[in-house]
Design a protein around this ligand. Sequence first.
Ligand code: NAD
Length: 354
Amino acid sequence: MKKIIVIPGDGIGQEITASAVEVLKKVDAKFGIGLEYDYRDAGGTSYEKFGTPLTDEALDACKKADGVLFGAVGGKKWDSLPVYLRPERAIFGLRKGLGLFANLRPTKVYPELINSSPLKPELVGGSDLLIVRELVGGIYFGPRCESETKDGVEQAWDTEIYSVPEIERITKLAFETAKLRRGKVTSVDKANVLAASRLWRKVVVDVAKNYPDVELNHLYVDNAAMQLVLNPKQFDVIVTNNIFGDILSDEAAVIGGSIGLMPSASIGELTSLYEPIHGSAPDIAGKDIANPMGTILSAAMLLRYSLKEEAAAKAVETAIDKTLADGWRTADIFTDGFKRVGTAQVTEIICGNL
Ligand code: NAD
């Protein structure tokens, strides 16, 4: 049996993970994977029960699992808590505890939703890219100084450090991922200015020698930011460091046009975690109107990357494609002329399409 830890979290996290588990059960019945589910709390829900956003027991369960399906955490109710007790700390705790070193964010423009994109249809149509972001190194984790005085002037600084093994690890993952896709990697850096980026580029070039079937090119981050809106179709896999990935993945996320449809994977050495990119949407929680597709597509990534069940992952993605092609829309992506459905009903339709 393969054990999945399900962490619904707060707000719509409860509804959307329930939908994703329903879809996983259906796909399991079809492909005979043998999935079992174990539920844990995180975020505000965990704080209410245990006085902490993430218990050691929940983290330990995740460490032993074959994959973690995460909903979302957060809500106004807990906004005034001290930082270490706030729901979002659960995410940092899981990242650190599971050693989640890479974040994978696909952006796909669905033909049926092309008009939801802020970009012109002829520019974005057919875009299907994946950003592989280094998640535990670089300037977000380097030595820093909040304030010091030099020559009578206050200053602050942060440091970008990358080691060869850190770059090798993320680059290998990007190339392995590209092999599952269209076989192209774009490495994004700022090698014309930054020393850490020059090492980044050198290591990427070295790793690429082991992947002769994968095409590699390099872009400076300023150009990459432009190319993402000028011609997103040119990209397959983008690999980049923590800070550039943070910025570019949010830029890429809007290209698709709907936050409710965007999945993500955070890859660890042992266990990986899968979650939609949106938050807990307290404004719509409990109303049966949340779009569960981002979470269902995250479950498809779990099937692909943690369980190596490519056919099952594809089946889930195809079922979502068909649901959209048939005109079914949750409130967030509804426009005139389509069929409006709630969370539970769209989940049933997706299951029916499997
Ligand atoms: P949000 O992503 O929760 O919501 C932004 C807007 O998008 C809202 O109008 C919401 O209704 C809508 N939306 C989001 N997901 C949707 C879905 N699946 N279907 C339909 N509509 C959807 O961002 P926010 O409002 O800035 O944050 C709410 C809470 O979530 C905050 O406490 C924040 O800290 C937390 N948060 C958590 C995560 C996470 O758990 N990974 C990520 C971002 C924000």
